[in-house]
Design a protein around this ligand. Structure first.
Ligand SMILES: C[S@@+](CC[C@H](N)C(=O)[O-])C[C@H]1O[C@@H](n2cnc3c(N)ncnc32)[C@H](O)[C@@H]1O
Length: 288
């Protein structure tokens, strides 16, 4: 099997295994942390008259549900995600909140979406994990109606987001097995380079590409910090298999490294991201 296939299998296993579990367990913390991005995407939908929205890599469904609610029966929002446990939680939340959001468990890179059915594609940090991003965005394009739009939020570089790598820097001396971030593969910072993202969208048939930086203030309760750092990211994933003593020792070291971000009972940082927009011109609807 080729490297793309291996990378995709790795992502599928990750999001159906440890990463998916961690996101389900920390759903409340993460949703609070990333609410400002959800608001941006809901506003992007509200500013248009779109009727059919697809939330790519929707995870536990917060953004999908918020958009479905904002459409208020005048349209539909479908969330797609490769993670069965995350979609199970998303469906339960939609049912509990009585919001008619729909969900499908699928690889957005390959899934046979209904052709020409979507007016707007949104994503909150769900598009950086494709093993073949050009194939993925070409596949999404086939689901797009003429004039369809993309509104995607992705992280800029690790260097511009020091909060996001605090745990691994602090824990590195204690965790020699901590895998290094791979700059070229799928992952949190895979869309850091603006020119590469532009090329991906261009090669997959999208037009009107606009990629602009957005800096967004994020916060979480100080009482949630320990759960956040020991459950999520590379350190959290490694700690899932660690013994209790190691876990406690690492958690203590990591906690101190976050002091600059702690203000009373709040943890605050600025997220350095891209707002990625594109559209589908009529001339490119049926090509490829
Ligand atoms: C960082 S999480 C973001 C989840 C959600 N958008 C949110 O903001 O809470 C990335 C999501 O992308 C999903 N994902 C990764 N690769 C995918 C693929 N090929 N197709 C669909 N979803 C994928 C993961 O399962 C995960 O839920």
């Amino acid at each position: 099997m080729n490297a793309t296939h291996d990378a995709q299998s790795e992502q599928t296993a990750r999001w159906n295994g440890p990463a998916g579990r961690a996101w389900v367990e920390a759903q409340h913390v993460l949703d609070r942390l990333f609410t400002p991005f959800e608001d941006v995407l809901v506003e992007a939908v509200r500013a248009t008259s779109v009727r059919s929205v697809l939330d790519v890599g929707c995870g536990t469904g917060s953004t999908t549900i918020a958009i479905a609610r904002s459409l208020d029966g005048t349209g539909r929002c479908l969330g797609v995600d490769i993670s069965e446990p995350m979609i199970t939680l998303a469906r339960a939340r939609a049912e509990q909140e009585r919001v008619p959001a729909a969900f499908v468990i699928a690889d957005a890179q390959a899934y046979a979406f209904e052709p020409a059915s979507v007016d707007m594609f949104v994503s909150r940090f769900g598009v950086m994990f494709f093993s073949d991003p050009v194939q993925a965005f070409a596949n999404l394009r086939r689901a797009a109606r003429e004039g369809a739009q993309l509104r995607l939020i992705a992280w800029r570089s690790a260097a511009e987001n020091p909060f996001m790598t605090t745990a691994e820097r602090a824990a590195a001396p204690l965790l020699p097995n901590l895998p290094p971030r791979r700059p070229d593969g799928p992952g949190q910072f895979a869309f850091a380079d603006r020119d590469s993202v532009h090329a991906i969208l261009n090669h997959s048939g999208w037009s009107g590409i606009d990629i602009r930086p957005i800096d967004v203030d994020c916060s979480l309760g100080e009482q949630d910090l320990s759960r956040y750092v020991t459950k999520l990211g590379p350190v959290g994933l490694l700690l899932q298999d660690a013994d209790e003593a190691t876990r406690a020792r690492v958690a203590e070291s990591i906690r101190g490294a976050y002091d600059p971000y702690v203000h009373g009972d709040q943890v605050r940082f600025t997220a350095a991201c891209w707002m990625i927009s594109a559209s589908l011109l009529a001339s490119r609807v049926s090509s490829g």
